[in-house]
Design a protein around this ligand. Structure first.
Ligand code: GTP
Ligand code: ZN
Length: 197
């Protein structure tokens, strides 16, 4: 999954048995006894967890912004502190944090919950934080055609905490800027000051 076109791929729920089989095989290969009590249900549990954490593959994120309203508010609208959980595509390890979305409408506004649903649809996949950030901005731009959009995503990556470089607490911050925000430093500054805690 890379560009804007192929958002809907598959449903984990359509491949439950195969996924359970492969999880069981991995458990054996890492040296576990798949017959011990604590592991009997693990392949099925992991598969159920995958249905949740990879639910984004079933959704075209553009559709979740489908309900919009005509409104003449042409000032900044921000939904901030949208908590997300995603999985890094390099290690399949969780990363999580908060997304902040700001836009200046041009005649159409989105239902506020739909911005949080958009975050869900792009994060419940294998991802990198930069792509989450630009996809949110691109989809906002494509569907709402606002004057401008700005997105900031903060994330803590467990692949940098429990393994590898082992730097718990380090935060990655990514931003994407579209439309009028590109030219207008004052709008960018207003957005950044309003998303501060
Ligand atoms: N840019 C970016 N990198 C990420 C993201 N999530 C994980 N990574 C990085 O992906 C890189 C993969 O690097 P590799 O050298 O192929 O893998 P590795 O040997 O496991 O790397 P280390 O984590 O440094 O041990 C690592 O530097 C990760 O920190 C992300 O969302 N964005
Ligand atoms: Zn990683």
């Amino acid at each position: 999954m890379s560009g804007l076109k192929d958002y809907v791929n598959t449903r984990v729920g359509d491949h439950r048995e195969q996924i359970e089989y492969h999880v069981r095989e991995i458990l054996k290969l890492i040296g576990e006894d798949v017959k011990r009590e604590g592991l009997l249900e693990t392949p099925a549990r992991v598969t159920r967890m995958y249905e949740e954490i990879f639910a984004g593959y079933e959704v075209d994120p553009r559709d979740v912004l489908g309900v919009t309203f005509e409104e003449n508010h042409e000032e900044l609208v921000i939904v901030k502190d949208i908590v997300y959980y995603s999985q890094c595509e390099h290690h399949m390890a969780p990363f999580f944090g908060k997304a902040h979305i700001g836009y200046i409408p041009s005649g159409r506004i989105a239902g506020l919950s739909k911005l949080a649903r958009l975050v869900e649809a792009v994060t419940r996949r294998l991802q990198v934080q930069e792509r989450i950030t630009s996809q949110i901005a691109d989809i906002m731009e494509e569907v709402l055609q606002p004057k401008g959009v700005m997105v900031v995503v903060e994330g803590e990556h467990l692949c940098m905490c429990s393994r590898g470089v082992k730097k718990p607490g380090s935060k990655t911050v990514t931003s994407a800027v579209r439309g009028s925000f590109r030219k207008d430093a004052a709008s960018r500054a207003e957005f950044l000051s309003l998303i501060k805690d």
